[in-house]
Design a binder for this molecule. Structure first.
Ligand code: NAD
Length: 417
């Protein structure tokens, strides 16, 4: 809080450099520790954090100038922020959070997911060392080496921590919101895709495979279920196969769901841990199916109430549901999203369809005619963060997300007009 903006920028730039220059090594370490997703995508996620997370340049002030003088609103730090990171992208989330939080003048104490704690600690050590050597600030980013639910609770309850920044599933979001403190919650999603009869089917299939298979579907905004108008069904299925999709029969989808998805008596079905982040070949093998090399994604026809539709599966298999028409497809998409208001995707050439679905879904990210990745600045315009605060409404997190607004008023003076 006491250092200059220029020094904050230096700290952010050091984190960016490490993410970019050491992406291969750090990405491999993350994969080796977590054993989920695809090793080739881990470095890309770090480079993206380094290149596209917003920093000091995004900070600004608001000015109100009028007959009664001049009022300035500035964006001030909170202090030490308690950060919770998911196993799906441990270091990329910490790096994005750190760049934007430090840019805003904060320090960080992080309770990472236990299965991604080693890489979070290692990354933080590299960041801290570089920052200390250049600026003399020690431990700007603290990471708990053996994180537990209790250590997270202790952070939430600590009197010196006034802001929580949580990225994870429903359980941790509920815990943060119950803490009584201000919490920025990047909670779960279950992004549906609607493909209507006007869509460029070749582009739709290519984009869906790209987004849904990326890092084996670990990203919270990745395509998780597809609703297709029945008049284009055959053509769309053929296009999915042409772009690296492998079709399972409905029986095979059921068999895989029995293994990979837990259906509790209450609440939404959810993925079993041992299947999260698994690739198409491994999932197929689990039900005794062999897929040819080059297959990126499994898919298969299901009904709208299938566990693969209702669960946030986070693995390389997506259900495809036939809809009578566009309106029914959007209705089913709305139900499947569970009101998380996270992400929705449409493939269509009709502006009124895009508008209708956008209004109905009411999601934080809404991507048209591209892979879901474009919603987070990957192949689409805009910046990137791995924390999409859909639950509490801040959107894709920026340095301003981690600030308090302070107002400074000069009465009847300083306006020079
Ligand atoms: P998870 O909910 O199992 O764990 C997330 C973090 O919360 C971990 O650090 C975990 O240790 C901690 N945690 C879990 N329960 C807790 C509790 N009761 N009290 C305190 N801490 C607790 O999720 P995950 O498997 O690591 O990540 C996947 C989930 O995160 C998905 O639901 C995904 O959609 C979501 N996610 C959301 C975003 C977003 O930007 N909205 C980004 C990434 C992941």
């Amino acid at each position: 809080m006491r250092r200059s903006l220029a020094q904050r920028k230096i700290a952010c730039d050091l984190i960016r450099r490490i993410c970019i220059d050491q992406a291969d090594r750090l990405g491999r370490m993350e994969y080796e520790e977590t054993q989920i997703g695809r090793v080739e995508h881990k470095p890309e996620k770090l480079v993206l954090a380094g290149e596209r997370a917003l920093g000091v340049e995004y900070l600004r002030s608001e000015v109100f100038s009028g007959d009664h003088g001049l009022t300035v609103e500035e964006f001030a730090p909170w202090g030490v922020i308690a950060v919770i990171t998911p196993v799906t992208h441990s270091l990329p989330t910490l790096a994005c959070n750190a760049i934007s939080m430090i840019a805003a003048g904060n320090a960080i104490v992080c309770n990472p997911h236990p299965s991604g704690a080693k890489i979070a600690c290692h990354g933080a050590r590299l960041f801290n060392q570089a920052i200390y050597e250049k600026l003399g600030i020690d431990n700007l980013i603290c990471v708990i080496t053996e994180p537990t639910i209790e250590s997270a609770r202790a952070l939430f309850a600590h009197p010196e921590i006034r802001l929580l920044a949580v990225t994870g599933g429903g359980g941790v979001v509920r815990a943060a919101l119950a803490s009584g403190k201000r919490a920025i919650c990047a909670g779960p999603g279950n992004p549906p895709v609607v493909v209507d009869s006007s869509a460029d089917l070749d582009n739709a299939a290519r984009c869906i495979v790209e987004g849904a298979a990326y890092d084996n579907n670990l990203l919270c905004f990745a395509e998780k279920e597809i609703f297709v108008e029945e008049v284009i069904w055959e053509k769309f299925i053929a296009a999915l196969k042409a772009h690296g999709g492998f079709e399972l029969t409905t029986q095979q989808m059921n068999a895989l769901a029995d293994k990979a998805i837990e259906v509790p008596a209450e609440g939404h079905p959810h993925a079993r841990r041992e299947y999260v982040g698994k690739g198409a070949a491994e999932l197929a093998a689990a039900i005794g199916v062999r897929v040819p090399p080059g297959v990126e994604l499994l898919f298969g026809q299901t009904g709208p109430e299938h566990p693969f539709v209702l669960a946030e599966q986070m693995m390389s298999c997506v259900p495809v549901v036939k809809a009578r028409d566009f309106c029914q497809a959007v209705e089913m998409a709305k139900d499947a999203e569970h009101g998380y208001r996270h992400t929705a995707i449409i493939h269509s050439r009709l502006v009124d369809h895009m508008t209708h679905m956008g209004k109905v879904m009411d999601t934080t990210l809404y991507v048209k005619n591209g892979p879901s990745l474009a919603g987070d600045g990957i192949g689409g315009e805009g910046y990137c963060s791995y924390s999409i605060a859909c639950t509490t409404g801040e959107g894709v997190c920026t340095p301003l997300t981690y600030t308090r607004v302070r107002r400074c008023v000069m009465v009847d003076n300083l306006r020079i007009i």
